[in-house]
Design a protein around this ligand. Structure first.
Ligand SMILES: O=C(O)C(=O)Cc1ccccc1
Length: 305
């Protein structure tokens, strides 16, 4: 098994990958961006990739939401939650007041913004492809910045000085990652599952979003995430990226997807997979598999006399 992840070594994404059973013994290849990681999977150079998709402070990771929503189809096999703690790492001898430029991943910056404004207000932010890439950059004297916001472990591994710990503005910050592969067998339903779909807004008319939502509501399917993303085609053209409670093997979810496909035939199914928090949805009696089965039988009896 070959895995790839948003690298280099020491990213939070690598920490997420290491939670996948068997990953520790498998081949793990760092990629320099989310797109590069997904391309490794699409081209068959890796069996699966781990990429960040959402965090509790900054919301969806646009690079991932967009990259999995278009192009050669991919499937989400599982989600992984990682609690995040950040440190400020510098080269030996550097003090807080000396820092002119600080580099990190944009989502890490968003999560440490208040701390940075209060403690290093003079520092300019330099975006980096990941927290670990920023830390590695510090070790080559020519990086153009003098501090990195990264994970404690990567700072220690690289022998950097940590001059502030726990600098995230939200102590409970969690990032959600996904394991992605080419389409294949679906993970078995566990009773605590999630289904991810991408739905192009069918037409720019009043009630179009409501029409999409009604297909979930009518089947008692709860949504745990809904985000609109621009398609890039023209201003005002959007798709919706949605996580729904349940597995496509659940009759209520399958029925909702069938209804949605009629409204928006460009709908893309990105997978049904176990929830990382094991939370089971409440299924109302009239939306259970048995209720759908009974309704099918009733209709059949009408038709067959
Ligand atoms: O840059 C990293 O280490 C990542 O894995 C991406 C990221 C950045 C900030 C919070 C969570 C994940």
């Amino acid at each position: 098994m070959v895995y790839t992840f948003l690298g280099p070594e020491g990213t939070f994404t690598e920490a997420a990958l290491l939670q996948v059973p068997g990953a520790e013994e498998a081949v793990r290849i760092p990629s320099s961006s989310v797109n590069a990681a997904l391309e490794m999977v699409r081209s068959g150079h890796a069996n699966a990739a781990v990429v960040p998709i959402e965090n509790s402070v900054e919301g969806g990771v646009s690079a991932t939401l967009d990259a999995i929503s278009v192009g050669q189809p991919l499937r989400i096999l599982r989600e992984i939650l990682v609690p995040i703690t950040f440190v400020l790492a510098v080269r030996p001898g550097m003090e807080l007041a000396d820092i002119r430029r600080v580099s990190t991943h944009s989502h890490a910056w968003a999560q440490c913004r208040n701390w940075a404004e209060a403690n290093i207000p003079q520092a300019e932010y330099i975006p980096s492809s990941s927290t670990a890439a920023a830390a590695v950059g510090l070790t080559d004297g020519d990086s153009g910045f003098d501090a990195a916001i990264c994970a404690p472990l990567v700072a220690a591994r690289l022998g950097l000085n940590v001059i502030a710990r726990g600098i995230g503005d939200y102590a409970e910050a969690v990032t959600r990652f996904i394991l992605v592969s080419l389409p294949g067998l679906l993970p078995e339903p566990t009773g605590a599952d999630k289904t991810t779909v991408v739905i192009p807004l069918p037409e720019d008319r009043p009630g179009a979003l409501m029409e999409i939502l009604e297909h979930f509501t009518a089947r008692g399917v709860n949504l745990s995430r809904i985000e609109s993303r621009p398609t890039g085609a023209f201003l005002g053209d959007y798709f919706f990226s949605i996580d729904a409670d349940g597995h496509v093997f659940d009759a209520r979810v399958a029925d909702a997807l069938k209804g949605l496909h009629r409204v928006s035939p460009g709908l893309r199914f990105l997978g049904s997979y176990p929830r990382a928090d094991y939370r089971r949805p409440e299924v109302l009696p009239h939306t259970s598999d048995q209720a759908f089965e009974a309704a099918d039988q009733w209709l059949e009896s009408l038709i067959n006399g």
